[in-house]
Design a protein around this ligand. Structure first.
Ligand code: F6R
Length: 242
């Protein structure tokens, strides 16, 4: 595991964007696993800047998003479909038919999970999976539990996750209770994982995830078993690492 710590958000964003654009420059048909939430926003901004300078094109690339809420419309401003359009897809040249997200409004959610798993299988392997980290150690929406699920599945969001995400909604009641998420099996199958974490409030979980016991009670700790993980931290998030 290669852990890099940055003193400023700018440097961290540039480093994250550089890793992703560098991959697409050398492999234009790269398959990217993408995340939402507050953490990647600055990285997506830097990617858009590089695209605007003509340094990278995504026209032959493919993307799979980790997750989507159940039961909010795709054009709801807080849906992950809307997030991706707002922060990335609306500004760069991804082909719409190769940007995949789970459909949290599917009539049959089980079938939707199976459809997403099939798409992932057809793509063979994600070249780079971008991840943020939940305060409780979740990756994607794989919440801490006695056991974890390998493939795409429906998840009941933990109260702490809904509370953390309430900042994006008018009130906690509006935060969806369920989501569809790629499973840990699909995440760990990626060739390379880029985990990004910022802020003092994540220092404890960063330490647990990267240096604590490997346990399903902290899904991110499973990343310790992956052969190619790059972790980008700000100094606050990395402050408890030995
Ligand atoms: C988002 C996702 C989540 C977030 C995590 C951290 O697609 O899968 O695991 O990465 O909840 O969220 P932020 O970045 O908002 O702190």
């Amino acid at each position: 595991m290669n852990i890099l710590t940055f003193r400023s958000n700018e440097e961290l964003n540039e480093a994250g964007a550089g890793i992703i654009t560098g991959l697409v420059q050398t492999n234009p048909r790269a398959v990217l696993g993408l995340a939402t939430g507050g953490t990647p926003v600055g990285i997506y901004e830097e990617i858009v800047k590089s695209y605007n300078k003509g340094m990278v094109s995504f026209k032959s690339a493919t993307s799979f998003n980790l997750d989507e809420y159940v039961g909010i419309a795709e054009d709801h401003p807080e849906s992950y479909h809307a997030y991706m359009k707002h922060h990335l897809f609306g500004h760069v040249d991804f082909a719409a038919e190769r940007t995949y997200l789970p459909n949290g409004n599917a009539e049959n959610l089980e079938q939707e999970c199976a459809r997403y798993n099939q798409l992932l299988e057809d793509a063979k392997q994600i070249d780079l999976q971008l991840l943020g980290l939940g305060h409780n150690g979740h990756i994607g929406f794989n919440e801490p539990d006695h056991s974890l699920v390998s493939g795409t599945h429906i998840v009941k969001l933990k109260d702490e996750t809904r509370q953390a995400n309430a900042r994006f909604f008018d009130s906690i009641d509006q935060v969806p209770t369920h989501a569809l998420t790629m499973g840990v099996g699909a995440i760990l199958k990626a060739k390379m994982i880029l985990l990004v974490v910022r802020g003092a409030d994540k220092a404890e979980i960063v330490q647990k995830a990267l240096q604590g016991p490997i346990t399903t009670e902290c899904p991110a700790s499973l990343l310790q078993t992956h052969p190619h993980v790059v972790v980008l931290l700000d100094t606050e998030a990395g402050r408890l690492l030995n």
